[in-house]
Each structure stands twice: as structure tokens, then as C-alpha cells.
Design a protein around this ligand. Structure first.
Ligand code: AMP
Ligand code: MG
Length: 491
């Protein structure tokens, strides 16, 4: 079924542990992403869902697979753990997609591995479907993220606070190498391992750097920029990752691990949803700073490769951290400039954006809806069309009214037809996001065996920038009693 072409499993033995998935009682296919399968050149026999489920649950290991659990370390909430590793994920192998890109096929929740510690190696249905929904939504929203190939029920319970139905998630990533993978070798002072890993990542993700004078410094910069761009895009859709540990940050620049992630309802820069993030380390506003902190940890790992003179290497690596900050600022401004309909960059645009965000914070405006309604204001030009709908998102409108006037003056400096500007804004401000309460609704129904809410939500998220009346309920903020106040880790 898969045309495997495995490279990670060819690396030295200490990079991973070979391990077979543990078969499950009753694999049942819940969802299969046929469009992605096609993109990956997977030849799946949809007329035999039972066999497909058996393969995707790990009961049948397909020809050419070399199943392994990857070794990695990581800083979790700031504390270093020298050995984490894939405790409940097994990399089946890699395929080359239709565009020639190497992609990992990983089974998450496929049974224990040598890295499981006290965990059971399993995943519950709810978190599996959450990852399916959010990762596909991110991609449709134009934000780089791992993909969902399938969700399979195991027919077995998993025991968390309460027994829950078990499931396996089939994840596709451009690779699963994390900052924590580098930390694993650095913690062991395994310089050969570090070099092998760095060369592997350069060849796989940044082949253009292979000829640079200092390829390891260039790698650090490329990863820093990829992450700066990524986090700027998260900010633009109100995404809060929730567990930005170094083991959850990829070298490829794809978003990974959708445990307690959530989206802003009303705009509050200090918003935190995750029950385990009691200090607010991974709050919305802290994300760029944390990404930079994580890149600093990667820099520490790469120092011995960057230069023999450690002080000199540290100085150059430090410069990359400064560049991260600059890159993030300019990407952030880019993202938000487009959100408010500006085409050209001007002095003072940052303040203009902050002015709106400040009014939204004070007025407790729904982040997604307020920006979407601003598109309609732009369509109405100077005539005040759409103002009422936009302002109705704010509990306190005084600042928003004032802001609209300043914004209109700024818009008048750019000669763009209203309809064109509004269309560009609609392409930068989604109507539909995976609203927390709608995700919870879909997962709750699925736990009772009803996948219709999950399916409908996925349908709504396929074209998040279009106004589609049939999906209007997904564009509306939660009622007070529907609000999700806290999210939980998927473990
Ligand atoms: P995560 O919070 O999903 O990023 O996982 C952090 C670490 O805990 C990784 O090493 C995981 O493999 C491990 N882990 C999480 N859940 C389980 C589980 N149910 N069984 C075994 N290991 C787990
Ligand atoms: Mg993780």
C-alpha cells in the first residue's frame, strides 16, 4: 500500500528503537483522508475498509515498513528531561509524495515502546479526533502543520481519569525531528550523533544550505526563521499551542502536537487554556518569546558544530536569536497588516494594529469574528457600511469607533478599490476556525458513537475563508454556557 523509502531507520542504532505496533482488538476505520493519501501516492483499497483499518491501526505491518520509535529529549515547561522519545508513537516509514517531498507516516497510540516509561502507549478517541480536526484546519488556514491521514478506533478502552474509547491517529509530517532530538545527543555529549543529525536535517529540509561556509549556523538561522514565520501565523489566527516544549517544536517549521491547543474566543493576550499550564508560560502573547527560548536551546546544541572556539560560536549564534526577534516582528506585522487590509507598509502600522487589538481587548471582542466583520466594513468603503455589525462584537465600543476613523484615514492613502480590498481581507481573516466549543461538541458526540458533528465540522473547515450560510453556526462565538474554559493534555 505504501511505497516506503526509509531514511531515518538507516541512521545509527542509537537514534531510535525498532519496535512493532501492538495489535488491537477491533480496528475500525473512523476517518480516512483520501485526498492526502493521493498526494502521498498511497494506493489504498477503499473497498476493503477492514484491511485498511488493520494496517492503519498497526495490526498488519505493511511491506517495506521499518517501524521505529525515535529517541529525543526535551525541556518540558522549562525543565530538562534527558530522555523522552516516542512513548506512544511509532514511525512506520517514509514515503516520497507526488511533489518529491519525503514524508513520515506515524502511528500515534499504537502501543508501548522502550520510551513509554509508565505510559500505556495508547491514545484516547477524543484527543485523536482533536488532532485530526485541528491539524487539517491549520493546513486549510494556510498555517504549516502536520497532516491527518486517518483515525482508527481500536475497540479497546484506555484508562485515563475515566475509561475512554481508544484510537490510533495516523500522522503525516515532513519529519518528526524536534529540537528535543538535538538535545538528546547534546545531553550525551555525542558530537558525532549531533553532526549526523544536523547533516540529516540539512539534507532533508534545507538542502540549499549544504554548500554554505558554516552550514550549521545556516541551519540554526533557517530553523529560527521558519519558526518565527510559523508563530506569526499562529498569532494571526488566534492559535494557542499550549505545550511549546522543545520536544514539540520541529526543525521543519511545521506545527506539531495538538494536545491542549485552543483558539482565542474574545481577544485576551494573556489567554491560557491548558489545565497544566498554571503559570501561563505558554499564554497567547508569550508564544514568540517561548519560540525564541526554544531556538536558544537548539543553538546550545549546535554550538560545538558551529565552531571550535566556543565563545566565538556563542556570539554568532546569539546574533541569530536577535534575528529571530526581528524576523518575527516583521512577519507579525505582515500578517496583521493584511488582516486590516493594508497593502503597503507604512511607519506607524504596528501602532495601528495594536490600537485595534487594544480596543478588542477592552471591548472583549471575539478575535475571529471582529476581524471578519472588519472585511465587510472595508467593502462598504467610507459610507459606514458594516460598522454596526463590526461594533456589535465589542462590549465597549468607544475605542473601536475612534479606531475606525483612524483606520479609514490610513486606508485612503492606498488607492485600492473597496471590493478588491475586502476580498483580500477575507482571504486573511477566516470566517471559520475550529472554535473550542465546536471541537468539544464534536468530540463529546464521538465518544457516544456519533461522528456526524466531527464530519460536519471538518466540512466547515475545508474552506475557512468562504462565507457559507450552511455553516454559519461555526462562525459564531460561544454562548456563555458553551464556553470552553480549560483544555487537557491528550495523554
Ligand atoms: P506529549 O505531551 O504528547 O508531547 O508527550 C510527551 C512525552 O510523553 C513523549 O515522550 C510521549 O511519547 C510521552 N507520552 C505521552 N503520552 C503517553 C502514553 N500514553 N504512553 C506512553 N508515553 C506517552
Ligand atoms: Mg510531543
Amino acid at each position: 500500500m505504501f511505497q516506503f523509502d526509509n531514511s531515518y531507520a538507516q541512521l545509527p542504532e542509537r537514534f531510535f528503537a525498532p519496535v512493532y505496533p501492538e495489535p488491537v482488538e477491533g480496528p475500525t476505520l473512523l476517518k480516512f483522508n483520501a485526498a492526502l493519501a493521493q498526494e502521498l501516492g498511497i494506493d489504498a483499497d477503499l473497498s476493503d475498509p477492514q484491511r485498511l483499518a488493520a494496517i492503519l491501526a498497526g495490526n498488519v505491518v505493511p511491506a517495506g515498513a521499518m517501524p521505529i520509535a525515535m529517541a529525543y529529549a526535551g525541556h518540558q515547561f522549562g525543565s530538562f528531561v534527558p530522555q523522552l522519545g516516542d512513548g506512544r508513537a511509532i514511525l512506520l516509514g517514509e514515503v516520497i509524495d507526488r511533489k518529491g517531498t519525503r514524508r513520515d507516516i506515524q502511528l500515534k497510540g499504537a502501543g508501548p515502546t522502550p520510551f513509554s516509561r509508565r505510559g500505556d502507549g495508547r491514545a484516547a478517541l477524543g484527543p485523536v479526533l482533536r488532532e485530526y480536526i485541528v491539524s487539517e484546519a491549520m493546513n486549510a488556514l494556510g498555517v504549516r502543520a502536520t497532516r491527518a491521514l486517518a483515525a482508527v478506533a481500536t475497540g479497546e478502552p484506555v484508562y485515563r481519569e475515566t475509561p475512554q474509547p481508544g484510537a490510533v491517529f495516523v500522522r503525516v509530517a515532513s519529519s518528526h525531528v524536534r529540537i528535543g532530538t538535538f538535545q538528546y545527543f547534546a545531553a550525551r555529549q555525542d558530537i558525532d550523533g549531533l553532526r549526523t543529525l544536523a547533516d540529516y536535517v540539512i539534507e532533508r529540509h534545507y538542502p540549499q544550505l549544504g554548500s554554505e561556509d558554516n552550514r550549521y549556523l545556516a541551519l540554526l538561522r533557517a530553523v529560527a526563521f521558519a519558526q518565527a514565520d510559523l508563530v506569526a501565523r499562529w498569532m494571526g489566527i488566534g492559535f494557542i499551542h499550549g505545550v511549546m516544549n522543545t520536544d514539540n517544536m520541529t526543525l521543519s517549521g511545521e506545527t506539531i502536537d495538538f494536545g491542549p491547543c485552543a483558539f482565542l474566543d474574545e481577544y485576551d493576550p494573556m489567554k491560557v487554556f491548558s489545565s497544566i499550564d498554571q503559570m501561563g508560560r505558554y499564554a497567547y502573547r508569550n508564544q514568540p518569546g517561548i519560540a525564541q527560548w526554544n531556538i536558544a536551546r537548539l543553538a546550545e546544541c549546535l554550538l560545538p558544530l558551529i565552531g571550535a572556539d566556543e565563545d566565538k560560536a556563542a556570539l554568532t549564534a546569539n546574533r541569530v536569536l536577535t534575528e529571530f526577534g526581528q524576523r518575527f516582528q516583521s512577519e507579525w506585522l505582515n500578517v496583521f497588516r493584511h488582516k486590516i487590509g493594508l497593502v503597503q507598509g507604512h511607519e506607524g502600522d504596528g501602532e495601528l494594529v495594536q490600537g485595534l487589538l487594544g480596543a478588542m481587548h477592552e471591548g472583549e471582542a471575539d478575535f475571529t469574528l471582529a476581524f471578519r466583520r472588519l472585511c465587510a466594513v472595508a467593502a462598504g468603503g467610507g459610507g459606514g457600511g458594516g460598522d454596526d455589525a463590526f461594533l456589535s462584537s465589542f462590549k465597549d465600543t468607544a475605542n473601536a469607533v475612534e479606531w475606525l476613523a483612524v483606520w479609514r484615514t490610513r486606508l485612503s492613502e492606498e488607492a485600492v478599490p473597496d471590493s478588491e480590498r475586502a476580498a483580500a481581507m477575507r482571504a486573511a481573516n477566516p470566517a471559520v476556525i475550529p472554535r473550542n466549543h465546536k471541537v468539544e461538541e464534536a468530540l463529546a458526540a464521538a465518544n457516544y458513537g456519533d461522528l456526524s458533528f466531527f464530519e460536519r465540522l471538518l466540512g466547515a473547515l475545508e474552506n475557512p475563508f468562504e462565507d457559507r450560510p450552511e455553516f454559519e453556526d461555526y462562525t459564531i462565538p460561544p454562548k456563555p454556557e458553551e464556553r470552553v474554559l480549560q483544555t487537557f493534555c491528550g495523554t
